[in-house]
Design a binder for this molecule. Structure first.
Ligand code: ZN
Length: 138
């Protein structure tokens, strides 16, 4: 069995963003040479997510509105976590949207369902963060 590990780096200009990282993950898979196996992709920061969904701007606006209803950014003092930080909402949003995605690798390709794409969800940006891609198989 082979294994492959790669880190992707992201630095957003805004506090929140959704980025389609499917091309970078496909490039990592290609680099690995693995044809059959499993690919894990996870955020390495507790205020960012990796999730799979549709690359459709209306849906992304809906995610933003829905997450702001569940865990509004402001007022900052509504959260016990916001003593030295102001990112409690980002921790909560990250938990709802998830830490990682696992994708089957078949014939050297990501074995996606229809319209599935991989996204990096940033909830407390303006700084460097990492995403891990780990692939096992042969
Ligand atoms: Zn925090």
């Amino acid at each position: 069995m082979k294994s492959f590990r790669k880190e992707l780096k992201f630095h957003t200009d805004s506090r929140r963003a959704f980025i389609n990282i499917t091309p970078q993950v496909e490039a990592a898979l290609s680099e690995s040479g693995i044809k059959e196996g499993l690919l894990l992709v996870n955020a390495m920061n507790i205020t960012a997510s990796v999730f799979i969904n549709d690359d459709e701007s209306g849906l992304h606006a809906d995610f933003e509105r829905w997450l702001e209803k569940l865990a509004p950014e402001k007022p900052y003092d509504q959260y016990a976590h916001n003593g030295y930080e102001d990112n409690a909402d980002a921790h909560l949003k990250r938990t709802v949207m998830g830490r990682e995605a696992v994708i089957a690798v078949t014939n050297g390709r990501l074995d996606f369902g229809t319209w599935e794409q991989i996204f990096y969800g940033e909830f407390d940006g303006k700084r460097m963060k990492r995403v891990l891609v780990k692939i096992i198989g042969e």
